[in-house]
Design a protein. Structure first.
Length: 257
């Protein structure tokens, strides 16, 4: 399929004149700097042990590692859904720790799109309104939210199903709706946690193809996966093991802790 809609365009550093870096557009979208995470459970669990990397506008990267390596913990920290025990997370250059909970929620809503394995769609709402809900924070009127939602649905090839309920769609179509919802606010970065985990092989491949096509339009995407086959086809791989980054294809020789 070919996502195509001129009303919704994603370009890294959209404020820049062609060939000229604009202030604020050249730095990383996301920086994770020396981050640790200890869960104060009984017994305590150290889930992240000093994780550092930066994501630049327009990147498509995998965070890959086996179960228990810390991927979901890292996603929660990158997505400002949780705070690190130590270290710094910066989103668009902003240190998340400097913000109160309300400010963090605003930053998250404006700048991050989430895609989850389980889709998390509202079954009683239309496809269009599921996507329009992704813009609730923005204080935009319903008619305008729906217009932008339709643009996002067009990007994922589902504009024609905007009046359907999620229950009338296949798993792959539901995940496309969830991706449209993540894109609707034109976030700085899309964080996808095992986005093909609930899909059969062929459908998963088509969702990956969609994410690659969106990357081709300039959308910045991180795909969290335990699947080395998925990671292998992405331009950048950050490999996790036991709470550490053990390899980052963008940094061939990471510092050893
Ligand atoms: P992954 O997503 O790679 O499977 P997780 O980030 O879910 O890894 O888990 C990393 C480690 O942290 C595991 O040992 C897990 O058991 C532990 N863990 C995750 N969440 C919690 C929690 N809320 N409380 C205590 N331990 C947790
Ligand atoms: Mg996980």
């Amino acid at each position: 399929m070919t996502p195509r809609n001129e009303a919704v365009t994603f370009t890294a550093g959209a404020e820049a004149e062609p060939g000229l870096p604009a202030a604020g557009s050249v730095g990383p979208v996301l920086e994770v700097d020396g981050v640790t995470k200890i869960y104060h459970s009984q017994p305590p669990v150290t889930a992240l042990r000093g994780v550092s990397f930066a994501v630049r506008p327009g990147e498509l990267a995998a965070i890959v590692g086996p179960s228990g390596s810390g991927k979901t913990t890292l996603l929660h920290l990158m997505g400002t859904l949780d705070r690190p025990s130590s270290g710094v997370v910066r989103l668009a250059g902003i240190d998340v720790a400097a913000l109160d909970d309300r400010e963090v929620a605003q930053l998250r809503a404006a700048r991050i799109g989430f895609v989850f394995q389980q889709f998390f769609l509202a079954e009683h709402e239309t496809v269009l309104d599921n996507v329009a809900d992704g813009l609730l924070y923005a204080g935009i009127r319903l008619a305008e939210r729906r217009r932008q939602a339709l643009d996002a649905l067009d990007l994922v090839g589902l504009a024609a199903r905007s009046g359907a309920r999620p229950t009338q769609l296949s798993g792959g179509q539901r995940q496309r709706v969830a991706i449209a919802r993540a894109l609707a606010g034109q976030p700085d970065i899309v964080l996808a946690d095992e986005p093909t985990g609930n899909l059969d092989q062929a459908t998963g491949q088509s969702i990956l193809g969609l994410l690659e096509a969106l990357h081709g339009r300039g959308v910045t995407i991180m795909i969290i996966t335990h699947d080395q086959g998925i990671a292998a086809r992405l331009p950048r791989r950050i490999e996790m093991l036991d709470g550490r980054v053990v390899a980052d294809s963008a940094q061939p020789r990471p510092e050893q802790p």
